[in-house]
Design a protein around this ligand. Structure first.
Ligand code: ZN
Ligand code: ZN
Length: 299
């Protein structure tokens, strides 16, 4: 006890910058670090098209997406001194290469980590496929029938990461207390039927939503998040407005501010330059810059 008091006394005399970090308090970090994106001016990091972020909240470390190029991802992670062997779990938002490119590097460091990914039939992440999709014709000779006429109840779809511990999700799922995955499906030509997961944290200020590309539409994702909490406090990630006409961008920016009443917005990746501009104007001081290497505290 006397020793503890002596240490406290010593620390109170030290300038704040010299106080060892663990003595500053017991609160775990609450922040988002952008590991991969095509904009940002932090020295020592490499810009490329794609997205990855480390989310630290409630004592958990969650990797969201893995960027486009495994080597660039590895270099950025090392430059930021992020230890990918210490993760509670990983979330892959969707199957596109600019979000999955670093998966092989991640698995080389942390082969046993649980990876949540969207469920799609015969999708990139494997998983079971029900054989009810096969309509039988019993009049055919056995050699013309699938599996000689005795079809298994399930087929297994392969993946290029067969040893990864994927957990496939296709509905709103709470994966830890206060942490949920929201599952949505794109209805947009070009990405039709693409399944996407978004990460949602429940905080005292409301929901913090982290999106990959928002292919199903950001408002569709926010609508689906409502089942987990009525107010979205802060939004991170790609809003996929890169090629959207200005009038539609203005409409979405207004909706995010006035209808969804987001307190803060931290857009990145495929949000697009005209949308960065529109959102910065709509949100003013509540627009949070989230370029590559940004470390954004969660309040
Ligand atoms: Zn995408
Ligand atoms: Zn993307």
């Amino acid at each position: 006890m006397r020793l503890a008091c002596a240490v406290v006394g010593l620390i109170s005399l030290m300038p704040a910058s010299l106080v060892p970090a663990p003595m500053m308090g017991d609160a775990p970090p609450a922040r988002v670090t952008i590991l991969y994106d095509a904009f940002g001016d932090r020295a020592g990091l490499e810009r490329d098209w794609g997205f990855a972020a480390l989310i630290e909240y409630g004592g958990r470390r969650i990797l969201f997406d893995t960027g486009n190029n495994g080597d660039v991802f590895a270099r950025n992670v090392r430059a930021l001194k992020i230890d990918l062997r210490r993760l509670d779990f990983v979330v892959i938002s969707h199957r596109h290469g600019d979000h999955t490119g670093g998966l092989t590097y991640l698995l080389s460091l942390n082969p046993g980590v649980r990876i949540y990914a969207p469920y799609e039939r015969f999708g990139l992440f494997g998983g079971p496929v029900p054989t009810t999709i096969i309509r039988p014709d019993t009049s055919l000779p056995a050699r013309m029938r699938y599996f000689g006429g005795t079809v298994p109840t399930e087929l297994s779809s392969s993946t290029v990461w067969p040893r990864a511990h994927f957990v496939l999700v296709d509905t709103l799922t709470e994966i830890a207390p206060g942490v949920a995955l929201v599952s949505t499906v794109s209805r947009t030509p070009g990405t039709l039927e693409l399944h996407e997961l978004s990460l949602v944290l429940r905080t005292p200020e409301g929901l913090v939503v982290i999106v990959g590309c928002s292919h199903p539409g950001i408002e569709t994702i926010l609508e689906a998040s409502r089942a987990y909490g009525d107010h979205v406090h802060e939004l991170f990630g790609g809003l996929h407005l890169v090629a959207t006409p200005d009038s539609e961008i203005e409409h979405i920016a207004s909706a995010l501010r006035d209808h969804w009443r987001l307190d803060l917005i931290a857009p990145g990746h495929c949000t697009g330059e005209p949308a960065f501009d529109a959102l910065a104007r709509a949100f003013g001081r509540r627009y949070v810059y989230a370029g590559l290497g940004s470390v954004i505290e969660l309040h």
